[in-house]
Design a protein around this ligand. Structure first.
Ligand SMILES: NC(=O)c1ccc[n+]([C@@H]2O[C@H](COP(=O)([O-])OP(=O)(O)OC[C@H]3O[C@@H](n4cnc5c(N)ncnc54)[C@H](O)[C@@H]3O)[C@@H](O)[C@H]2O)c1
Length: 393
């Protein structure tokens, strides 16, 4: 009887908390004891130095305290710089486990900024995530943290399931138990939808069925599904974005563009997959950051958004463009066997994002040359990383 009474009180609290929004949303929930997957205490390692990044294009952010996970990786570090630059009122907390591809150098220019704080922690560590959310009164989470390399996923799929599925679930649970969260934005990928035939006019829509074919894609799809369930079941204010392939500076030298650029610079062969006609849709990382920002501002809770440019390139196109920019011979291209589960094509219908007011600004011609030249001019950034990258072993 007592149990039933408690249950009815809990349900009443939950229903009214759903009506009134975020306040006390979780008051009926017993805090479960979550497994500690890794014992890494949060460590603040950086603080304070003046911001010299201002572009003059600033405004106020609707969320005062923002947690960016995976902020020492490629896209997360660009997003942090974007936030610091654009929003003078926002405090930014970066949580990154610093796996082999997490690199504090990527955020060195903001690392001592007064509105920036870094914690080395695992999104799969419930206590660490709960403490950080509480301590910084986090209102918005942008979850980039992931194992992100399809080739590595063939070698060690369990790492992908642990972070992308389990870790995302733990972070969502910590967010659900927080009293301050107003938005949980989860970064997904076009790859959860599977592959499109090379010769077709079809595109993936936000409601296309999930048909992942690799452990990376499947683990991302799993995290997405948990995020969606937290919106439907608990009313957690979740949004999701599916983005096309990103290019830009600071991408770990295991992905195709930095690998090809660095190999060309070293006069080493460029390994072109046998299915060299397979296509990817490409977006400059800064256009991705602007799209996420717009979703945070205008996106509807419970909705998902495709972020793509419509610009498709084959792996041969990429190799050719790099060799041309770096003035290297075409003979550097070498055909290698396909990766297992190598998807033929992804293309997104991004009309929903365009209706929200977004369109890409960076052309392939400008963005790609700038990117390749960045790798040319920054060997001190990539040299130390080659030893950590499976692509160079
Ligand atoms: N790169 C692309 O083209 C692309 C396209 C679409 C979507 N995405 C998604 O964008 C996000 C970022 O991709 P990226 O290319 O910047 O990846 P990345 O591999 O460069 O960065 C991932 C970051 O996450 C950190 N990380 C890994 N496991 C963690 C954990 N358990 N806890 C905390 N931090 C952890 C790593 O240390 C690293 O800094 C990923 O979710 C990826 O799936 C990427």
């Amino acid at each position: 009887m007592l149990v039933l009474k408690k249950y009815l009180i809990n349900m009443a609290t939950w229903r009214s908390s759903k009506r009134i929004g975020l306040q006390n949303r979780h008051s009926w929930v017993q805090v479960p004891s979550w497994p500690q997957v890794m014992k890494i205490p949060p460590q603040p390692i950086a603080e304070i130095y003046p911001n010299n990044l201002s572009t003059g294009y600033q405004k106020n952010m609707i969320y005062k305290n923002i947690l960016v996970t995976g902020g020492c990786g490629f896209i997360g570090s660009h997003f942090i710089r974007y936030l610091v630059d654009r929003y003078p009122n926002a405090n930014i907390v970066n949580v990154d486990l610093l796996t082999y591809c997490g690199n504090p150098e990527n955020v060195k220019d903001v690392s001592t900024h007064p509105r920036y704080k870094f914690y080395r922690a695992d999104i799969g560590d419930f206590k660490a995530m709960r403490d950080i959310l509480n301590q910084h009164q986090i209102e918005c989470i942008v979850n980039f943290a992931a194992e992100s390399d399809n080739n590595k996923a063939v070698l060690s799929p369990a790492d992908f399931i642990r972070t992308n599925a389990f870790g995302t679930g733990i972070l969502l649970e910590a967010a659900r138990q927080s009293e301050t969260i107003k938005r949980f934005h989860h970064i997904s990928t076009c790859e959860v939808f599977g592959q499109l035939p090379l010769k077709s006019k079809s595109k993936f829509k936000e409601n296309s069925p999930y048909q992942p074919r690799t452990p990376y894609n499947a683990s991302k799809a799993s995290g997405d599904l948990v995020a969606k369930s937290y919106y439907h079941t608990f009313g957690l204010p979740v949004t999701i974005s599916y983005c096309a392939n990103n290019y830009g500076s600071h991408q770990f030298p295991e992905k195709v563009i930095p690998v090809f650029a660095i190999r060309a610079l070293k006069n080493e062969p460029l390994p072109v997959f046998k299915s060299s006609g397979n296509k990817r849709e490409w977006i400059h990382v800064s256009d991705h950051c602007r799209a996420i920002d717009l979703i945070l501002e205008k996106g509807k809770v419970g909705e998902a958004y495709n972020i793509g440019t419509g610009l498709e390139k084959t792996v041969t196109n990429i190799a050719d463009d790099i060799l041309k920019i770096l003035k290297k011979p075409q003979t550097l291209k070498r055909v290698v066997p396909d990766r297992p589960g190598h998807d033929s094509r992804y293309l997104l219908d991004s009309s929903k994002m365009k209706k929200l007011g977004w369109k890409p600004k960076v052309s392939w011609k400008d963005g790609f040359a700038e990117t390749v030249n960045w790798y040319k001019d920054n060997s001190s950034w990539w040299e130390p990383l080659l030893a950590k990258s499976h692509s160079w072993k």
